[in-house]
Write a protein that binds this ligand. Structure first.
Ligand code: NAP
Ligand code: G4F
Length: 396
């Protein structure tokens, strides 16, 4: 197989930002089944790209987030193609890149859960860190000229003082953060050493109704919906004081795409500039569903109690009343180290990419709460229909 002769010149000289300019371009997304992968696939398809996605073999379906955009590959209209592979399998990555010859590669696959990275530090290093090196090497060895996006993270800043920007030193506070710092530098090394168009998007936390169910935002909105429908009594959380700069995922995948349309490869912080604590997120989410929370006790004994109930929550679970405890602390969710304060400064992205967040914190919380409540409402309606049908059947 021919090796790439990188000249330091990048494959497209002019940035192309229009939909027509993107027609028939090919992109490869690792992590396409994840939150960001699914929104990015939608965005690229809407711009006329052919999208190839790397998926893991799983004993249960893992394509729920992209099922709505999937078309049978035998269909002549099909623009989305899925390929089995894994970030541990260099041979398959090299073959895939050689066969697909993508113009752009968005590398989003990772063991992305910070708490889990303390339980599985070696695995996280392998997937989240070395995985990036495997992909960069696969690009180099396959001899394909392509543009490469590395999903870097604000977790790399750790406890460096806020506001954090592209110049802020990295002081990671988790195996995940350390693995992402390694991957960040590998992307830069391939850019500087081989002239590859490799960029780091240093994204602050971004959420959506498609957020994984064990991240604190989605865990909260999902639990809230289940509490409203009487399916769950309490929500157990860890560190309530940590502050995050939370944005809206669909806005953030737009920034990923913009980074690969620039004339020169560069690294960008993507953030809202606003920061809120976990407790603020919980208060706002519950308030939107009609439950005002007050906090009593301290540290591990702190509890979220119902202060008042408003009509937003109708119909109420029959046994719910003011004074009930809905939120408790479970030390299982504490981390050996936690990042206490993140607040990004995305002025470089604003200036050079002309990127700004559209959906702000309050609106995002509402979108997530409404979506989880709607899902359960729909499920309940289906159950009611099934119950009615089976009642009718038993009367026949
Ligand atoms: P996510 O929902 O957890 O998605 C992770 C994706 O990686 C999934 O598609 C997953 O596949 C895939 N994956 C995991 N291990 C793999 C392996 N060994 N081989 C192949 N694929 C594998 O993450 P996300 O929130 O969309 O984030 C996307 C990327 O941005 C990640 O790299 C994350 O670390 C980074 N990031 C995220 C944020 C954020 O706030 N969301 C902020 C900064 C950076 P399965 O579906 O099969 O599990
Ligand atoms: O939602 P989290 O798990 O997100 P975290 O750790 O900030 O990581 C996310 O954002 C990173 C960007 O900075 C990404 F790179 C990474 O892939 C991931 O998407 O936790 C947020 C905060 C933490 O301080 C955590 O200690 O919420 C606190 N928290 C409190 N109770 C909890 C819980 N986190 C989780 N997951 N579960 C809890 O019960």
């Amino acid at each position: 197989m021919e090796r790439t002769k990188f000249t330091g010149k990048h494959s497209r000289e002019k940035p192309s930002t229009s939909a027509s300019a993107s027609t028939c371009r090919k992109a490869l997304i690792t992590g396409i089944t994840g939150q960001d992968g699914s929104y990015l696939a939608e965005l690229l398809l809407s711009k006329g790209y052919k999208v190839h996605g790397l998926i893991r073999r799983s004993s249960t379906f893992n394509t729920e987030r992209i099922d709505h955009i999937y078309v049978d590959p035998h269909d002549s209209e099909a623009k989305l193609f899925l390929h089995y592979g894994d970030m541990t399998d260099s041979g398959q990555l090299t073959n895939l890149i050689y066969n697909v010859k993508p113009d752009e590669i968005y590398h989003l696959a990772a063991q992305s859960h910070v708490r889990v990275s303390f339980d599985m530090p070696e695995f996280t290093g392998d997937i989240t860190g070395i995985g990036t090196t495997r992909l960069l090497e696969a690009i180099r060895r396959s001899g394909i000229k392509t543009r490469f996006y590395q999903a870097s993270s604000s977790e790399m800043f750790g406890d460096s003082p806020a506001p954090q920007n592209e110049e802020t030193p990295f002081k990671p506070q988790s195996p995940y953060g350390a693995a992402k710092v390694y991957a960040y530098w590998m992307a830069r090394n391939y850019r500087e050493g081989y002239g590859m168009f490799a960029v780091n998007g240093i994204l602050f936390n971004h959420e959506s109704p498609r957020r994984g169910e064990t991240f604190v935002t989605r865990k909260t909105t999902r639990a809230l919906a289940r509490i409203k429908f009487g399916l769950q009594d309490k929500l157990y959380l860890g560190n309530l004081e940590a502050k995050r700069d939370w944005g809206y995922a669909p806005d953030y995948v737009e920034a990923m795409w913009l980074m690969l349309q620039q004339k020169e490869p560069d690294d960008f912080v993507i953030a809202t500039g606003e920061t809120h604590s976990v407790k603020e997120f919980v208060n706002l989410a519950f308030a939107h569903a009609g439950i005002e929370i007050e906090w009593k006790g301290k540290s591990k004994s702190e509890k979220g109690i119902i202060r008042s109930l408003t009509s937003n929550l109708q119909p109420l679970p029959s046994n719910m009343k003011v004074g009930d405890c809905l939120i408790e602390i479970d030390p299982r969710y504490f981390r050996p180290l936690d990042v206490e304060f993140l607040q990004g400064d995305a002025s470089k992205a604003k200036k050079k990419l002309k990127w700004e967040p559209k959906v702000r914190f309050k609106e995002m919380v509402k979108i997530m709460v409404d979506s989880d409540i709607k899902d359960l409402e729909e499920m309940k309606q289906c159950q009611d229909v099934i119950r009615k049908l089976s009642d009718n059947k038993s009367r026949q």
